[in-house]
Structures are given as C-alpha cells and as structure tokens.
Design a protein around this ligand. Sequence first.
Ligand code: NAD
Ligand code: GLY
Length: 364
Amino acid sequence: MRSVQVSLGDRSYSIHVGNGLLPKIGDYCRRLKLGERCVIVTDSNVGPKYADPLVRTLKMAGFVPNVVTVPAGEGSKSLKVVGECFDQLAMKRLERRSFIIALGGGVVGDLAGFLAATYLRGVAYVQVPTTLLAQVDSSVGGKVGVNLKAGKNLVGAFHQPRLVLCDLDTLGTLPDREYRAGLAEIVKYGVIKDSELFRRLERELDKILKRDANTLTGIISRCCTIKAEVVGADEFETTGLRATLNWGHTLGHGLEAISGYNEYLHGEAISIGQVAAARLSTRMLGFPEKDAERIRDLLQRCGLPISVKLAPKKREALFDAMRLDKKVAQGELKFVLANAIGDVVTGQRVPDADITAILNSIGA
Ligand code: NAD
Ligand code: GLY
C-alpha cells in the first residue's frame, strides 16, 4: 500500500492506495473519531457488489451504518436526486457528528460530497472511489457538486473529505469502457505536470491496460501526489495552479453538456478535449506538433475517442455550452494550453475563429 498526504492544515487527510482496503474501513474510520451513525451513499451498480461487506466491517467497528442507493449514471448528479437523498438522510436520523461514505465513482463522490457539504450545514465524509477516474482525480481535492441542464458542476462547494481509500480490488469489476475513460485523466497529469509520467504511460500502457496491480499502485499514487500538491497549494482555485487540472476540460465539458450527459463518458469527452487543447497549444503558443501527436497517439492507444463530428447546429450549441462553463471570464473562452509536455499555462484567451479551425482539424 502507498499513502499520500493532502496538506491543508487542520483539514489535512490521507489517501491510501492498495489492495484489500475495503475490509479495513471500519478501523480507518474509528481512528478519525467520527460519530456512530453513518450513511453509505452508493449507486445501483456498485451497491450490490460492495455495500454489504462495507456495512459488516463498519458494524464490527461499532458504527451504525445505513445505505442510500441512487441510480447509476451522470443523471444522479442532479438537484432532484440531491433532494431525494436529503429526505433519506433525515429519515436515517443523520446528526452533526455523523458522517457519509461515498462508495462509487465520480458521480457518487461528487453527489455524496455535496450532500456532506450542505446537510446540517456540513458533516464529515470519506471517499471510497471505485472507478479509476475517481481514484486518480475526483475523490481528491474536495470539489463536490451537481449539474444543471445548462452545464456541468454549476452548483457545488469545496468540502474536503476526511480520508480517501482507493482499493484496487474494486477495479476488478469495472467495465472496460469505464476503465479506459479513467486513463484520460491519468494522461492529463502527465501533460500538466510530469513529462516522466507521460513517458512511463507511453512505455507501460500494455501493463496498465491489463490492470497490473503493481503498475497501477505506482501510477495511481503518482497521480494522487500531483493532485495533492496542486490542491495543497491552491485549494480554492485562486492562483491559477488548480485550474491546470482543467486541461482538456473546456471543450470536454461542452461536449458532455450538448450531448445531454449520456453520449460520452467524462473521460471520453476530455480525451477529445485534450486533443483539441494540444492542437490549440501548437496554434497559439508554438507547442511542438510532434508532442501534440504524442498526446493524440497515447489517448488513441488507450482506446479513447480522439475526434468528433458535429452538425452546424451542434457546433453552435457547443460554443454556447463552453461559454456557460466556469472557465469563462467576461464572456470570453479561456483555455489551459501547453508550452511543453509537463508545462501548461492557464487562462489563455482563444478567439472563436481559432477554436473553429481546431474543431475542423479534429473532424468536427
Ligand atoms: P461514474 O461514477 O458514473 O462511474 C462509472 C460507471 O461505473 C457507473 O455506471 C458506475 O455505477 C460504475 N462503477 C463504478 N465503480 C464500479 C466498479 N468498481 N465495478 C463496476 N461498476 C462500477 O463515473 P466516473 O467516471 O467515475 O466519474 C465521472 C464523474 O466525475 C463526472 O460527473 C465528472 O464530472 C466527475 N469528476 C469530478 C471531479 C472532481 O474533482 N470532483 C474530477 C473529475 C471528474
Ligand atoms: N478536477 C478538477 C479539480 O479538482 O480541480
């Protein structure tokens, strides 16, 4: 097992990465000195596989756990589901010292974290991410929230978890398409901060695709370390450092929004977004074309989409959706762009004409 620390003063917490962690959650939670009552928030795919053993270990450690299950999928990151969950939390008599456990992928993590941030003006929560994407990204850093029809993550909060447990055993049941979607966020870390990680991904992709436990422990903990450093230095996204994590997300979030959140997985949308951002970087900042090709090739080898075709109406909708994203200032689209692999800059204004040219070049 490897452990990474997120250093945020009295809100610091550990991320543990390894096999066999789920059965130990009772002991880990006891060390946090939380209240007795807790609610496991999970979804309809993950709950049947992992909730029962979790309930057992929590009971053995002296907790009183309940389970709230939401439908699997991005649709559960909605205010409607938030309202239904609040009613359940009230029924289960959750108190101020009680806590929530998010058992699932990024959808459950973002939703359960938002419940924890707001119910009774805030209760503690623990992240137990069960997708590759959630283990390397969404479970760390305390960004929680839900979507509106108008756009992704438009309602939310910053609320740090008390602990993150990444049990690699849970990845054994993750469908191939979901696993590959998680690789898009891993490629992102290489591009924004770590050229050696990027080269390692190029070298070791076959082992990663076979879900080799040793390789995964190293890769996941490296990604968590990068995220922990970024969040530790810019928790509330005020200096621009945390915004580097949005590499590939301006276009990616737009694609998710115009397709009603059900055509692309998040990782697939940001794969296309990264190809576009790499080409924009070449056009705007002179990022080497061969490195833009390396990014595209690696994402393609991960089995991720690298192009998109959009009818003119959809393209207009994409611009509208991108303008509603949180990365807009004074109505102008801002992108994270790369100078080199491992070195990106935020807040780069890009005229619509250049975005159009890039959309043309990636087959849109
Ligand atoms: P997800 O939570 O929808 O999970 C993907 C699918 O896999 C779901 O059907 C789920 O039921 C299933 N699943 C999860 N774990 C499983 C397992 N171990 N075995 C079998 N099936 C399993 O999607 P995701 O890709 O994990 O997360 C995407 C969400 O994360 C998006 O909403 C995105 O906006 C958000 N996100 C948030 C942050 C953040 O910082 N908060 C960062 C990145 C992404
Ligand atoms: N996933 C973006 C962030 O955590 O800031």
